[in-house]
Design a protein around this ligand. Sequence first.
Ligand code: GLU
Length: 484
Amino acid sequence: MKIRTRYAPSPTGKMHVGNLRSALYEFLIAKHDGGDFMLRIEDTDQERFVEGAVDIIYRTLEKTGLVHDEGPDKDGGYGPYVQSERMKTGIYMKYAKELIDKGEAYYCFCDKERLDSLKTEVVEGKEIRIYDKHCLGLSKEEVEANLKAGKPYVIRQNNPSEGSTTFHDELYGDITVENAQLDDMILIKSDGYPTYNFANVVDDHTMNITHVVRGNEYLSSSPKYQRLYDAFGWQSPVYVHLPLITDENHKKLAKRSGHASFEDLIEQGFLTEAVVNYIALLGWSPEDNREIFTLDELIKEFDYHRISKSPAVFDIVKLRWMNGEYIKAMDFDAFYAIAEEYIRKVITKPMDYRKIAAMVKTRIEVFPDIAGHIDFFQELPEYDVAMYTHKKMKTDAASSLAVLQDILPILEAQDDFSNDALYQTLVGYVEKTGVKNGYVMWPVRTAVSGKQMTPAGATEIMEVLGKEESLSRIRKGIELLKNA
Ligand code: GLU
């Protein structure tokens, strides 16, 4: 049997990390076995529909490389692929009526007032009203009369008060629930739309879906879905309910964390490939401890049996590290194509931006880190004279002043300000005076950068700054040291 998986997002806004993980795992399960990955838009909740959200879904799938084989834009013979369009074909109503005929569902005409008067129960921390099966008692004639009179209605699942239902999840195993605990959930709403609860079953079956991957918030409803499969006499797909994704405080990863959606992460300067790689590891791990994977490698390695049930902590520090690894591995031109904009934001003076980019490539984790490494090129920062004192280099204010005063006229007389030539000059001075390298390099680098840490050495910095600016900074250093 050919594997068929689906990503079934509701177009309600940004692409949450959890949604992207479901999409990725569905994609990987299909592609690992040469199957088909399908996109289905679940827009039956018209109140939650957000304009533009469908575009975000397409854009994200394209950007991340999770190419779907079938979907609203690629007919594979199972369409329509948008639930509001499927509704217009009458498919949900047809199956709901089949359930009514089988005694597995019923019309419910209760108005809001009556529903509001029902007693509440706390289920999984949420207060919900359990429907009391009032309308199950209506006779066939009463139902027909109500329908004829145009009375608004919903269609509910009819769950028995005896027996139990078992369904199987690949990670959680067999889960058995007493039927008496299952509420008569709505299958068709009063606006004629199916609920997610009903549509997911009808669609997964009629679209021949073999594996369903989704968040474990759907676990508690799954016995009700199983009852629908059983009522229809359908085989249910393989279920994989994924563990919760939490923040560092072990709370559900929420919007306010600032990195709950794919778009947030991209805006913060993360690379798409790194994000996809990181998300793959939110609950899944390979047999060895390997962590860096391209999408193709994930396809090869992915095995859903290795998904863990324990909550996956979204660790931004780890993602930053991973992103840094991707940046290091980038081809320089590709890196520069992105880095240039970040450099130009900080440095407006004409300089060799490519040289600056090369200095930071191995030092950053995300592109916005660039600014903090290179700001001194634009403007010499105010710095403390104490920075000239370095124990290991055996330098202090007096030694630094002497070195800078010696070096200044030599550099003034030099036209070639390439890194090589400057290095020769400084090393020549070191050899002549019999001191250690650092004894000279430290004060020069301090003078030209005003910083304790720089992405490159003294001569590379001077090459980028050019002769005039470098000398002016050395003169400033001499002034500062003289006044100390
Ligand atoms: N539309 C549901 C959601 O976005 C899909 C859940 C599922 O994959 O079945 O949460």
